[in-house]
Design a binder for this molecule. Structure first.
Ligand code: A3P
Length: 270
């Protein structure tokens, strides 16, 4: 399978697969009760999609959960008609309808490592080359969906003026999934019984999602899970296994230049 190449799309590096239906996506007519889940690639999108879905439908639609893969139940806006969209690309109808948005962000280093392995195993992504080249490209925003720094900062700024946006962190979810789920329920106006919540928490555990064919992407043929599994490690701080000391120093220096807003802080350690 030929790997796609990146091109500049309104100032953001993209691949054709995600821009082909651009017009259709931009004209998407949102409904007030729509919920959009947004993240930079590899930030825990699948985790949050499944969590949100279970909170809404866990009890009422067991057949749906058991027979339809997650990516079909919670469709990608860019491909079929979710969304790793930078803030400026979200179809305007969602803003007009005052739709609910759940954004999930993950620290830059773990995201880079996860993204690198994802590009290795997913033949629909541009060839990542070696780790050192990939990391340099990532720092320069020369990866699909562009700059991590712009993405997380753009949505963070939006959150300050848009009250129906929940800004979640992968690291918080990892630290205490129950607490985060509880907050999400309040934000979404849902009340679940203690038993239902327990049930959701069990289902969204990494090991359970990894073995669940409906959430582990094993039904997708262009992903070679023998190269690297989609549900790879699910840890905070795994970057330490790949970054060299000098890569880390260079990254930190560059990070300070790009991330000037002191109110947006990430945790790097597991
Ligand atoms: P790793 O590659 O570090 O393991 P996305 O869904 O945005 O593509 O993000 C994928 C990343 O989220 C992968 O990270 C994956 O393992 C992790 N992930 C998915 N479900 C998870 C869960 N239930 N708990 C912890 N991490 C999870």
């Amino acid at each position: 399978m030929d790997r796609p190449t990146l091109f500049d799309f309104h100032g953001v590096s993209m691949i054709k697969q995600f821009t082909d239906s651009w017009e259709e996506v931009q004209n998407f007519k949102a409904r007030p009760d729509d919920i959009v889940i947004v993240s930079y690639p590899k930030s825990g999108t699948t985790w949050v999609c499944y969590l949100v879905e279970l909170l809404f439908f866990g009890k009422t639609c067991p057949e749906r959960l058991a027979s339809i893969p997650l990516h079909e139940r919670v469709p990608f806006l860019e491909i079929s008609r979710t969304s790793p969209t930078p803030v400026q690309f979200l179809p305007k109808s969602f803003w007009e309808q005052n739709s609910t948005i759940v954004y999930v962000a993950r620290n830059a280093k773990d995201t880079a490592v996860s993204y690198y392995h994802f590009c290795r195993m997913n033949y629909c992504m541009p060839e990542p080359a070696d780790w050192s080249t990939f990391l340099q490209n990532y720092m320069e925003g020369k990866v699909s969906y562009g700059s991590w720094y712009d993405h997380v900062s753009g949505w963070w700024e939006k959150k300050q003026s848009y009250s129906k946006l929940a800004y979640m962190f992968y690291e918080d979810l990892s630290e205490d999934t129950g607490r985060e789920m509880h907050q999400l329920c309040s934000f979404l106006g849902l009340s679940l019984s203690a038993e239902e919540k327990e049930n959701v928490l069990t289902r969204v555990k990494f090991d359970n999602m990894k073995t669940n064919k409906m959430t582990n992407f094993s039904t997708i043929h262009h992903m070679d899970q023998t190269v690297s599994p989609f549900m790879r490690k699910g840890k905070v701080g795994d970057w330490k296994n790949l970054f060299t000391v000098s890569q880390d120093e260079k990254f930190d220096e560059d990070y300070k230049q790009k991330m000037k807003n002191p109110t947006l802080q990430f945790y790097w350690r597991g």
